[in-house]
Design a protein around this ligand. Structure first.
Ligand code: DAT
Ligand code: MG
Length: 142
């Protein structure tokens, strides 16, 4: 399996709870390396475009409200099978369904404020990395 990169967000609920470091440790313990990272406040335009795939869903407006309610950390994670591995470490979308020991099980309570985002496929990972890191990401750290 080749080394892969994926895009991740620590959402406003987790930033407010002061658990950025604990969540980053989960990535590192899973063998994922943080190769780019920054804190930012999403505009409604950015959040709306990022989640455009969900535009017709009933929760879309609440999702945009939530994602713009406070600062987020955005990061690029690198490692073997990084996209699937990150999804595994994150746990199910609804924290109530998330396996014990996953980020969502441990740091989130509800499906609408579920601590983290992670890309779901190589195509979305590339689009999302380019969306949030148009300046580029280090090619090689080691
Ligand atoms: P994931 O974030 O696990 O990739 P998704 O892409 O289906 O899940 O949905 C994106 C986000 O939208 C999700 O993290 C939280 C919100 N969301 C999804 N389903 C929801 C629901 N039934 N009610 C409220 N918010 C929901
Ligand atoms: Mg998704």
């Amino acid at each position: 399996m080749a080394i892969e990169r994926t895009f991740s967000i620590v959402k406003p609920d987790a930033v407010a709870k002061n658990v950025i470091g604990k969540i980053y440790s989960r990535f590192e313990e899973a063998g994922l390396r943080i190769v780019a990272s920054k804190m930012l406040q999403l505009s409604r335009e950015q959040a709306g475009e990022f989640y455009a795939v969900h535009k017709e869903r009933p929760f879309y407006n609440d999702l945009v409200d939530f994602m713009t309610s406070g600062p987020v950390m955005v990061q690029v994670l690198e490692g073997e099978n990084a996209i699937a591995k990150n999804r595994e470490v994150m746990g199910a979308t609804n924290p109530k369904d998330a396996a014990p020991g996953t980020i969502r099980a441990d740091f989130a309570e509800t499906v609408d404020e579920n601590a983290v985002h992670g890309s779901d496929a190589p195509e979305t990972a590339k689009v999302e990395i380019d969306f949030f890191f148009p300046e580029g990401v280090c090619e090689r750290l080691r």
